[in-house]
Write a protein that binds this ligand. Structure first.
Ligand SMILES: C[S@@+](CC[C@H](N)C(=O)[O-])C[C@H]1O[C@@H](n2cnc3c(N)ncnc32)[C@H](O)[C@@H]1O
Length: 253
């Protein structure tokens, strides 16, 4: 299995690449797949002089919830890129529904490719994507390459409160990475666990329902869907425990 596929499965909390063909079905009831669009909007409007001329790149945009909210709130132009064609189809449909189809462009592509061709944006967003672009230093450098000088980089991720772990690095390691890659930390917004709890529970209930339908339709694959539900639950438990969700707003200097 390719590295890209393994990371794709992981970015959506799947432990096995065998889950990939079923992800659009499992996640069909959700629009927001990672970041809270309102949180991103607030962080951007509090720190960046955003206008309708601001150009934003949303890498691994999922179904476009963050992109569309930004275009709708600020009238700015957003390009969203994701590797799952069904997610991009959904994003295009949603952009029409919200009347921002002229401001939003959505494209199917591996973002490892996009970072080599997409340049000169004012803001790049990398929300809930994990290690798709590599370790944190590599990720920051690749994101930095897509923005203008003094452009902004917004990363929605998490840190471990128990020091460096296999999946999550510590807060200190993020800060060291910012220093090593020469980006300025403009703002740090940690996730309010209480407000996330209800959202997580609702999302998990939707996913369980769809996983049960898949179990009934493909009994030979029942273990695969059960494992997906379990890994989703483990991530929710982690975020209520030793892991802190965080949005970093950085500036390329
Ligand atoms: C947890 S979702 C986050 C989506 C969105 N950023 C949000 O916050 O709603 C992770 C996304 O990463 C995408 N992804 C994973 N690997 C990718 C790759 N190599 N190129 C493009 N998108 C990728 C997945 O398809 C999925 O939509």
């Amino acid at each position: 299995m390719s590295n890209v596929e393994e990371k794709l499965a992981r970015s959506l909390t799947g432990e096995s690449t065998a889950i990939i063909p079923y992800l659009p079905y499992l996640l069909q009831d959700l629009w927001e797949l990672g970041a809270l669009p309102s949180e991103i909007n607030n962080l951007i409007s509090s720190h960046i002089p955003i206008t309708k001329d601001t150009r934003i790149l949303d890498l691994a945009c999922g179904k476009g919830a963050v992109s569309i909210n930004l275009a709708k709130s600020f009238g700015c132009r957003v390009k969203g890129i994701d590797i799952i064609p069904e997610f991009i189809d959904y994003a295009v449909k949603k952009a029409y529904e919200h009347g921002v189809e002229n401001l939003c462009q959505f494209q199917v592509e591996d973002i490892n490719q996009s970072v080599t061709t997409e340049k000169d944006y004012d803001i790049v967003i990398y929300a809930a994507v994990g290690d798709v672009l590599g370790h944190i230093q590599d990720t920051i450098l690749k994101l930095k390459g897509t923005v203008v000088k003094e452009g902004y980089i917004l990363i929605d991720d998490a840190y471990s409160n128990k020091g460096n772990q296999e999946t999550y690095v510590s807060r200190q390691q993020w800060l060291t990475a910012f220093r090593d890659t020469r980006v300025k930390l403009v703002a740090e917004k940690t996730t309010d666990e209480n407000s996330m709890e209800a959202i997580n529970q609702y999302n998990q209930a939707c996913i369980i329902k769809r996983a049960q339908e898949l179990q009934a339709a493909h009994p030979d694959q029942a273990g695969l869907f059960a494992a997906y539900i379990q890994s989703q639950q483990e991530e929710i438990d982690d975020l209520q425990g030793d892991i802190t969700g965080v949005v970093w707003l950085l500036q390329a200097v």
